[in-house]
Ligand binder design. Structure first.
Ligand SMILES: NC(=O)c1ccc[n+]([C@@H]2O[C@H](COP(=O)([O-])OP(=O)(O)OC[C@H]3O[C@@H](n4cnc5c(N)ncnc54)[C@H](OP(=O)(O)O)[C@@H]3O)[C@@H](O)[C@H]2O)c1
Length: 362
């Protein structure tokens, strides 16, 4: 018997509150929406654009990097592992007529590593046109980082707050010159590039299945186990969605901020699944999940599409722009999370500057 008031439509709606449900959800999602992903045309170039991609050494991040470099972009690959070999992989796959790459070390489990990387980029005078916050994890159980925080909370959410805020503070993401709200586009110097920088979070539909944000335990460690792994993952993506929605509002007219769920992708995301489940899971992912090169397309679209110039706060789910979950659009929750994450970072010795402070030279 179906529970009362639950119809067929509800049954077919993808759920992401457990590993099995999430796998089936990803497959159902893929079968239901057969439209091509949002994508740049094959010939659209990104010459002269500098893009930082986190988790660029494998999976989706590597595919995003190859696509961007093929289009002529310069990509700063921010990786925890795989440097320098992965740069050769990108050069080989991108082929002739491609852009360039460099790699920098970044461990999102270590806040000092973020500070070091941003300082290095600032000292080198790097000016980013876009940042893709791609790195992410689904740990098999709760683990504590050196800061005493839950690792998935830190890697999937809080570290990105520090990274983005520092990149803005140090002017490594230069807020769009001459492109602020109220600017008259017709009065601009046509010789200057007036495109706003873009921040793109790689998120997940699983944020919809997350329980409401519990501010009383934000950042505090709780020993959860494998059964809760996917739900905890969804909770970190809800935090990222809520915070980035607030970020988009705060940076309106200066930096565009978008989020994207790439759908189910055949990567190493389930590498911590129990060994008994890996053969079946691996075969299912290979058969039904998307190739990373295909999954990268909507992300590259958000980085480079001229069609969305002037937009901010878009949430893309593979083929189309959607509303993110209502919780993530709640302005009160967004402000609360903004302040709470600032306080949390300050308590770890990584206080942030004022959010309306621009980078050097503003
Ligand atoms: N695959 C899917 O079906 C799917 C669906 C929706 C959303 N996503 C999202 O897509 C993004 C990319 O995941 P993926 O599927 O490509 O998984 P993946 O193959 O496991 O790649 C994850 C990447 O994140 C990096 N990373 C992990 N922990 C890090 C840390 N502490 N510091 C810096 N980098 C770290 C990894 O680096 P190492 O190689 O050093 O571990 C790797 O480059 C994630 O945000 C994920 O949530 C994936």
């Amino acid at each position: 018997m179906l529970p009362r008031r639950m119809g067929l439509r509800d049954l077919l709606r993808p759920r992401y509150d457990g590993a099995f449900a999430a796998t089936i959800g990803g497959i159902v999602d893929r079968i239901r929406d057969r439209a091509p992903p949002l994508a740049l045309s094959p010939h659209e170039r990104l010459d002269g654009r500098t893009v930082l991609v986190t988790g660029a050494n494998r999976g989706l991040g590597l595919a995003i990097t190859v696509d961007l470099v093929r289009r002529g972009a310069h990509v700063v690959m921010a990786c925890r592992s795989g440097i320098p070999e992965v740069m050769d992989v990108v050069r080989r796959e991108a082929g002739a007529g491609a852009g360039t790459v460099e790699a920098v070390g970044l461990d999102l489990g270590d806040l000092a590593s973020i500070e070091r990387m941003v300082a290095e980029l600032a000292e080198d005078g790097v000016a980013l046109d876009a940042v893709v916050l791609n790195a992410g994890i689904v740990p098999r159980e709760a683990r504590r980082t050196k800061h005493g925080l839950d690792e998935s909370f830190q890697v999937n959410f809080l570290s990105n707050v520090l990274l983005v805020r520092r990149l803005l503070e140090r002017g490594v993401i230069a807020r769009g010159p001459g492109a602020r709200a109220g600017d008259d586009p017709d009065a601009r110097d046509p010789g200057q590039d007036h495109r706003l920088p873009r921040i793109v979070f790689v998120s997940s539909e699983s944020h919809r299945s997350a329980p409401p944000i519990d501010f009383s335990r934000l950042g505090s460690f709780r020993a959860w186990s494998m059964r809760e792994a996917v739900q905890e993952y969804g909770a970190t993506k809800l935090l990222a969605e809520t915070w980035s929605h607030e970020l988009a509002n705060r940076l309106r007219g200066e930096v565009a901020v978008h989020t994207v769920c790439p759908g189910a992708v055949n990567t190493d995301i389930a590498r911590e699944a129990p060994s008994w489940a890996k053969p079946a899971l691996g075969a299912t992912m290979k058969a039904f999940f998307k190739d990373p090169a295909l999954a990268a397309k909507p992300i590259v679209y958000l980085v480079g599409a001229r069609a969305i110039e002037g937009d901010t706060g878009l949430y893309v789910h593979v083929t189309r722009v959607k509303d993110r979950a209502a919780q993530a659009r709640d302005a009160e929750l967004g402000k609360r999370l903004w302040d709470a994450s600032e306080r949390l970072l300050a308590s770890t010795g990584h206080a942030l500057g004022r959010s309306d402070e621009g980078g050097e030279g503003r």
